[in-house]
Write a protein that binds this ligand. Structure first.
Ligand SMILES: [Zn+2]
Length: 202
């Protein structure tokens, strides 16, 4: 159960981000705190897409979370309606993917700040046979296939690429920097290789 919840929580980054944007758009007070409560409700009811009962409980929790900061009940229910109508739209996959793209880019920025790498331009786009590419001028491209992968694997690709700004090869220095920042990075590397092999066979 605990594991299931954790998995659900990881899959919720896009939903959480979307809800937070909506709260900010509607200038709900303490949007961060409300967003956290809403996100916790999504974790609590992971089957809300399939179960009417869970959906009802979830909507109720989200409504209360917003109502705690916003007195206008009509506004609150309109906002909840709007959030759920977007999340329940069949084409939500597209929406999820651009949200993920922004989040992914934010992750790259986080790492580049941490590693002190100056990234001039950053793009996430379809790429063939590669997870990432970079120019010496500081332009970075990442494959949009990465958006579907675990954080452990995407972090590996991001740090791998950023460290090449300092070390162009995969020698001792690069390896020790990888280890310093990611710990057991070989595990991610081999998982990623397996993914690439499966993708080629598919
Ligand atoms: Zn490399």
């Amino acid at each position: 159960m605990q594991r299931k919840r954790e998995q659900a929580a990881r899959g919720l980054d896009g939903v959480g981000y979307f809800v937070l944007c909506k709260l900010n758009d509607e200038t709900v007070k303490n949007a961060d705190a409300v967003g956290k409560k809403a996100r916790a409700a999504f974790v609590e009811f992971p089957n809300w897409r399939r179960s009417q009962n869970e959906l009802r409980h979830l909507r109720q929790k989200v409504t209360f979370a917003i109502f705690a900061e916003e007195d206008d009940l009509a506004k609150v229910s309109a906002l909840v309606d709007s959030i759920f109508s977007v999340l329940q739209r069949p084409e939500r996959r597209n929406l999820a993917s651009w949200r993920d793209k922004d989040q992914f880019k934010a992750r790259v920025r986080e790492w580049s700040d941490k590693l002190g790498v100056h990234v001039r331009s950053l793009a996430v786009r379809p790429m063939r046979n590669k997870w990432a590419s970079r120019s010496t001028a500081g332009n970075l491209n990442f494959s949009d296939d990465l958006l579907a992968l675990d954080r452990e694997l995407t972090d590996y690709v991001i740090v791998h690429e950023l460290l090449h700004f300092y070390v162009p090869n995969h020698g001792k220095l690069w390896k020790s920097l990888m280890r310093a920042h990611l710990g057991d990075y070989e595990r991610a590397a081999s998982k990623l290789k397996a993914k690439a092999r499966n993708a080629q066979q598919a």
